[in-house]
Design a protein around this ligand. Structure first.
Ligand SMILES: Nc1ncnc2c1ncn2[C@@H]1O[C@H](COP(=O)(O)OP(=O)(O)O)[C@@H](O)[C@H]1O
Ligand SMILES: [Mg+2]
Length: 422
């Protein structure tokens, strides 16, 4: 099988690594890929969806897997399917589950999926009225895609009103914020749960926990994610069962009934409050860095999972996971997440311990290949060191041993990834 992966991050690199191990896979391509993915496959400098489809036709690509949300929301799946190409991801219509928080909240409400009490509005007056009925903290969200920056947890009614005003005026997030969701604050612990869906059937992956804040103990500003681990012991069978019955099944049924069957990754942002899983939001693709921990836990061939999901055949798939744990630590550049940093050469020490060689690896993200052939840190989140182990503690130890082998000027990482599980 020849496979194209769309995207350039550590998420796409880790999908590439899983496919590389798979005997069913012949050639791998990345569009655009990053400075290290050219060692797993071939990088393509093509972004136009029709040109990518031309490439797939000309090069016998059997499957395309889309990593990030933007091309999904922009309709890459619709273009490919109209040309008879097999692609894993939701249509533009179905991708609204991530592309519009209002669409998502209204969908959840229509199908009785548990979520925080909310209103959606484009009127400041209505926003104020609802805010007056809530106790702080109060959550204000821009409707559209904001790269993970469109949510304000306001500590007072006044702050919530101010945020609502800044969003609605278009000053805060432009058009993405001219409609907003205001909702009650949920106090609990957060999980990332992923379902691979084929429109009708689904496979749930081991639940993961992300670490959004820059600094240890969940301090400092929000980031794209500084590390993750899976499976998390914060989920038990009862929570999985509730997610099946109350969330995934009604969602897939509802999307189908409404004429937009959901195919792709349904990423459930879950807050567990007093043992009850409540949906904060949906995303329509893998989390990054959660994907980097989930891919190595996949025991079944990755091509089988993605191809069967893309072709509506998941009921004929037996998907297995290793009975192990994975911890991923993001190494970020000096001024992340505030501003970009000077390119810095990456040096990885030779790994001389067999144990580490076998149970840890790097998933490369914000890296570029220099003209000198060397690898440079050029993005905010540069790479993820992933450790695998029989316990979370062992996986964590291996991840951090690998972190110690990686050098670039200004590198920063959290030293407590997976602390909530230890
Ligand atoms: N109702 C809520 N109660 C408590 N925390 C929330 C609530 N909604 C969002 N959050 C917090 O804000 C973060 C971002 O919100 P989310 O809805 O996931 O939007 P996005 O990922 O698009 O920025 C969540 O991961 C969670 O930590
Ligand atoms: Mg989120």
């Amino acid at each position: 099988m020849n496979i194209l992966i769309v995207g350039s991050g550590g998420r796409e690199y880790s999908i590439g690594m899983a496919l590389k191990k798979d005997d069913n896979v012949e050639k791998l391509y990345f569009a655009p890929g990053n400075g290290a993915s050219d060692e797993l496959g071939e990088n393509l400098a093509i972004s136009d969806f029709n040109e990518l489809a031309d490439f797939c036709e000309a090069n016998s690509i059997d499957l395309t897997i889309v990593g990030p949300e933007a091309p999904l929301v922009e309709g890459i799946v619709d273009v490919f399917e109209s040309r008879g190409l097999t692609i894993f991801g939701p249509s533009a219509q179905a991708a609204q589950l991530e592309g519009s928080k209002i669409f998502m909240k209204n969908f959840l409400a229509r199908h009785n999926v548990p979520t925080a009490r909310y209103i959606e509005t484009d009127s400041l007056e209505e926003a104020y009225k609802f805010i007056n009925t809530l106790e702080a903290p109060i959550v204000v969200k821009a409707d559209g895609l904001c790269g993970g920056k469109g949510v304000i947890i306001a500590q007072s009614r006044d702050e919530a009103k101010k945020s609502a005003g800044e969003m609605l005026s278009g000053n805060a997030f432009g058009d993405a914020g001219t409609k907003i969701v205001v909702e009650e604050f949920l106090d609990g612990y957060e999980l990332s749960v992923f379902a691979i869906c084929d429109g009708e059937d689904y496979v749930i992956l081991p639940a993961a926990q992300d670490h959004k804040r820059l600094l240890n103990n969940d301090q400092g500003p929000n980031t794209g994610g500084m590390g993750a681990y899976a499976p998390t012991p914060l989920v038990n069978d009862e929570i999985y069962q509730k997610l099946d019955e109350r969330v995934v099944i009604p969602t897939l049924k509802g999307m189908k009934e409404e004429g937009m069957p959901f195919k792709g990754v349904l990423f459930m942002g879950v807050m567990v409050v007093d043992g009850e899983p409540i949906i904060l939001e949906y995303n329509v693709r893998f989390g990054d860095p959660e994907c980097e921990e989930l891919m190595p836990l996949l025991k079944s061939p990755a091509s089988d999972l993605f191809y069967k999901a893309a072709t509506g055949d998941l009921k004929n798939a037996t998907i297995e996971f290793h009975d192990k744990y994975a911890v991923g630590v993001v190494m970020a550049s000096k001024d992340y997440p505030y501003k970009s940093s000077e390119p810095a050469e990456i040096i990885v020490d030779e790994i001389v311990h067999d144990d580490l060689e076998a149970n840890a690896h790097i998933s490369f993200a914000g890296v570029s290949r220099g003209e000198d052939g060397k690898l440079y840190a050029t993005g905010g989140r540069v790479l993820v060191c992933v450790g695998i182990g029989e316990s979370i503690a062992e996986a964590q130890q291996r991840a951090y041993m690998l972190v110690g082998q990686v050098h670039f000027a200004g590198k920063q990482c959290r030293t407590d990834i997976a602390y909530q599980a230890l």
